[in-house]
Write a protein that binds this ligand. Structure first.
Ligand code: HGY
Ligand code: MN
Ligand code: MN
Length: 411
C-alpha cells in the first residue's frame, strides 16, 4: 500500500467534504434532505468525483447515487461500499458523507493503478438515512435491500408534501421503486466507513475501530388530545391540558430509559392551537428508543406506553401512538470483522471493537448480505452538530484500511 496514496487522497476527501457543506437548503448551516434540489445537486457533484475515479454512475429508482467499478469478470458479485449523503438539520460535515467519499478514494487507488478485482464495487450514496424529511429512516438503503414499505408513500413532510409526490417532483417514478432493489445473490458483502459519533475511540486514543453490532431503534410519533380552553377562566383542576400530559410523559420516558439502561430521546414536540392564552388541546411529540438488545428495548417501551396511558387516564386525555420506524439490532459479520482485524494489525493499529449506538444504512442491508463497518474517530465524539470533526490523518488511515480490506477480500 503506497503511503502517499492515502495521505494525498485524505487531503482531497477533506476538501470534498468542505465543498459539499455548501450544498444546503440553509445558507447558514448544513441541511440537505431527501429528494430536494440540494439532494440532486449533491448527487451531481459526487457523481463527478466517482466518474473521475473511473466509475460509471447513475441515480437509482430511489434517488440513491450509485457508482460502479467493474470487476475482472463481468459476472462477478458486487461489493457495496456505501453510506449516506443526506443530513440532519444544522448538521456536521462528516456524518454519512465521509463514508461515501472514502469509498470513492479507495476506488481511485484501484483505478489509478489499473487494478481490477475479482468482484465489482458499487459505491452508493444513499439519499435518506436520517429520515429528516419524512420521519421514517433508511429509506434509500431499504429500497436497495428490497424492503421498501408501500405505506411510506403517504408519509408527509412538514409542508404536507407526500413521499410519493416528492418522488415525482424529483423525477422518479414511484411505480419503479422495486428497480432499486439488489438481488442478495449478486452482493458479495456490504462495508461502510462512518464517523463513530461517540467518544470511545478518542478515549482509547485510536483513529479507527471495528463495529461489532448496531443498536436496534424504534421511532414513534405520539399524539395526545385534551381540550383547549381559556387560560384565564378554566380552574386548574378542571383542565384537560394535552401539553402537561405530554410533559409528564416525557419525564417518565427519561426515568424508564435510565432504569432499563436503554437510550430514549424526545427530539420533536409541538402543541396546539398554540396561543399564549389558550390551554393546549393537543400535543404531539416523537420518541426514538434504542438498545443493543431488542427485547430489553421493547420491555422499556411497554413500560413507557403503560405509564403514558396512566397519565392520560388520570387527566382525561387520549393518546395515539404511530410507529414510524423499526430497525432491529444488527450483528456485523464475523468473517469480515476477522478480516478487518488482520488489516488493522498489518497497519499496526489496535483492532479495537465497539458497538454502534447510532443507526446506519448497514442495518437495512443486513437483510440482504453480510455487513460490516469501520468507525473513524471524531473529535469529542461530537456528531449531529456543526462542531463534528475528523482529522486528515485519521481519514488517511481510513482510506488505507479500506484499500487494504479490498486487497484482502480479493485474496
Ligand atoms: O439516528 C441515527 O442513529 C443516525 O445518525 N441516523
Ligand atoms: Mn446521523
Ligand atoms: Mn450517519
Amino acid at each position: 500500500m503506497n503511503e502517499i496514496d492515502s495521505n494525498s487522497l485524505a487531503k482531497i476527501v477533506m476538501n470534498w467534504c468542505d465543498q459539499l457543506t455548501a450544498i444546503s437548503s440553509n445558507p447558514d448551516n448544513i441541511s440537505r434532505f431527501y429528494l430536494t434540489p440540494e439532494h440532486k445537486r449533491c448527487n451531481e457533484q459526487v457523481a463527478q468525483w466517482m466518474q473521475d475515479a473511473g466509475m460509471e454512475t447513475w441515480v437509482d429508482a430511489a434517488g440513491n447515487l450509485c457508482g460502479r467499478y467493474e470487476a475482472q469478470d463481468p459476472c462477478a458479485k458486487t461489493l457495496l461500499l456505501a453510506s449516506h449523503l443526506d443530513t440532519i438539520p444544522n448538521a456536521g460535515a462528516y456524518d454519512g458523507i465521509l463514508g461515501v467519499l472514502v469509498a470513492i478514494a479507495a476506488v481511485k487507488i484501484l483505478n489509478d493503478s489499473n487494478t481490477r478485482l475479482p468482484f465489482a464495487i458499487d459505491v452508493i450514496g444513499f439519499g435518506d438515512e436520517e429520515g429528516t424529511r419524512f420521519g421514517s429512516t433508511l429509506l434509500g438503503s431499504r429500497a436497495v435491500a428490497g424492503t421498501w414499505n408501500p405505506d411510506w408513500w403517504q408519509l408527509n413532510d412538514r409542508n404536507g408534501v407526500s413521499l410519493q409526490q416528492a418522488f415525482i417532483d424529483f423525477g422518479l417514478s414511484p411505480d419503479e421503486i422495486k428497480n432499486a432493489a439488489r438481488a442478495p445473490d449478486d452482493i458479495l458483502a456490504y462495508l461502510e466507513v462512518h464517523i463513530e459519533q461517540g467518544p470511545v475511540l478518542e478515549d482509547e486514543n485510536l483513529a479507527l475501530g471495528i463495529v461489532t453490532s448496531i443498536a436496534g431503534a424504534r421511532r414513534f410519533s405520539i399524539d395526545i388530545s385534551g381540550y383547549a380552553g381559556h387560560a384565564g377562566t378554566v380552574p386548574m383542576n378542571m383542565r384537560k391540558d394535552a401539553l402537561v400530559g405530554a410533559a409528564l410523559g416525557i419525564v417518565k420516558i427519561e426515568t424508564i430509559a435510565k432504569e432499563y439502561n436503554v437510550v430514549a430521546t424526545v427530539g420533536k414536540i409541538s402543541c396546539g392551537p398554540g396561543a399564549v392564552n389558550v390551554i393546549p388541546g393537543h400535543a404531539s411529540f416523537t420518541i426514538d428508543i434504542r438498545s443493543g438488545d431488542d427485547q430489553l428495548r421493547d420491555q422499556a417501551l411497554a413500560k413507557i406506553q403503560h405509564e403514558l396511558d396512566m397519565i392520560c387516564v388520570a387527566r382525561g386525555l387520549s393518546v395515539r401512538w404511530q410507529e414510524i420506524h423499526n430497525a432491529p439490532a444488527v450483528v456485523c459479520a464475523d468473517w469480515i470483522q476477522e478480516l478487518q482485524t488482520s488489516v488493522l494489525c498489518d497497519m499496526d493499529v489496535t483492532p479495537y471493537k465497539l458497538m454502534s449506538g447510532a443507526g446506519h444504512d448497514a442495518m437495512a442491508l443486513a437483510d440482504s448480505c453480510a455487513v460490516a463497518m469501520y468507525f473513524v474517530r471524531c473529535k469529542g465524539g461530537v456528531s449531529h452538530h456543526p462542531d463534528e470533526s475528523v482529522t486528515e490523518a485519521d481519514v488517511a488511515l481510513a482510506i488505507e484500511a479500506l484499500s487494504r480490506t479490498l486487497e484482502k477480500l480479493s485474496q
